[in-house]
Design a protein around this ligand. Structure first.
Ligand code: PBG
Length: 329
């Protein structure tokens, strides 16, 4: 009997006949422990503030953040990645609120730590854009360019205050050269050898960060193309990867996720450290908007994107749907 005869020689459909069969032969499955919840906490609010470009996601008050952390933990989510949203009046050129021990992110870390202790991995965004009045991820030189090395000094201070507040993992996301090494040194020199670094290894200058600007109340002057990567490049990510590992990254991340699954697969193949992927604000918004219009099946689309990210090689996935999905699994 030949493959080209009357009857096919092979019938892959046999393994798709029933839900039980499909379940048994599934090559990849999501687990709640794969998931990490990114969460925003806004200074000076007593009620959560909805983010219009991310229906279902809010800027938390200190109280609701604590509740969200407990809910994530109860659902089986592994970690929470915290982003601080300071009062507008506290933003300045140097992003001072980011290194204030009583700045909103440090307060949030202490709050969450008091609530969940070590049961949930507490992570923090280590970047200046939430705190600068110009919205860039670093400090500017006299010509208005992001000054790499002056920014590193600010990151070193941020690492220390976040670690002092009790964070387990810092996530330097500014794409400055040398940031992982500087942050590692700063942590080690201040007695925080046990604080891990999740390196934003491949971070692309993406249109899909759009809704995040509203989420952190940031109005960016210009763009981030001189520090985030060009979407046209793949090899460059492997170079960033080598540098991050050499500088001491404990885990590496690819971001955004869906348009960069090829990068994720390459990174996952070439490392022996855990690999994360960040399904970002615009990826979330895209699915929610299409679903709200009745154009796609929301729940299936969410599972399909997350499964695709896992299949491409991610051990951990940061997703705004983390708690919801973990409950369903
Ligand atoms: C930088 C940072 C950004 C995101 C996470 N960390 C924004 C940017 O780099 O432009 C985006 C996350 C998202 O879009 O969900 N602090």
């Amino acid at each position: 009997m030949s493959t080209y005869g009357t009857f096919p020689g092979a019938r892959p459909r046999r393994l798709r006949t029933t839900p039980a069969m499909r379940r048994m032969v599934a090559e990849h499955r999501l687990h709640p422990a794969d998931l990490i919840l990114p969460a925003f906490v806004r200074e000076g609010v007593s009620e959560p503030v909805p983010i219009s470009a991310m229906p279902g996601v809010v800027q938390h008050s200190r109280d609701t953040l604590r509740r969200a952390a407990v809910e994530a933990l109860e659902a089986g989510v592994s970690g929470i990645m915290l982003f601080g949203v300071p009062e507008d009046a506290k933003k300045d050129a140097a992003g001072t609120a980011g290194t204030d021990p009583d700045g909103i992110l440090q307060v949030a870390i202490r709050d969450v730590k008091a609530e969940v202790g070590d049961d949930l991995v507490i992570m923090s965004d280590l970047c200046l854009d939430e705190y600068t009045d110009h919205g860039h991820c670093g400090v500017l030189d006299s010509a208005g360019r992001v000054d790499n090395d002056a920014t590193l000094e600010r990151y070193a201070e941020m690492a220390q205050v976040q670690a002092d507040a009790g964070v387990h993992v810092v996530g330097p996301s500014g794409m400055m050269d040398g940031q992982v090494g500087v942050v590692r040194d700063a942590l080690d020199q201040t007695g925080h050898e046990d604080v891990s670094i999740l390196a934003y290894t491949a971070k692309y200058a993406s249109a899909f960060y759009g809704p995040f600007r509203e989420a952190v109340g940031s109005s960016l002057q210009g763009d981030r193309k001189t520090y985030q990567q060009d979407p046209a490049n793949a090899r460059e990510s492997l170079r960033e990867l080598e540098l991050d590992l050499a500088e001491g990254a404990d885990m590496v991340m690819v971001k955004p996720a869906l348009p960069y699954l090829d990068i994720l697969a390459k990174v996952a193949e070439s490392v022996d450290v855990p690999v994360a992927a960040y399904q970002i604000s615009g990826e979330y918004a895209m699915v929610e908007a299409a679903a709200a219009n009745g154009w796609i099946d929301r729940d299936r689309a969410i599972m399909e994107t997350l499964t695709g990210i896992k299949r491409a090689g991610a051990n951990m996935i940061l997703t705004y749907w983390a708690t919801e999905v973990a409950r369903q699994l």
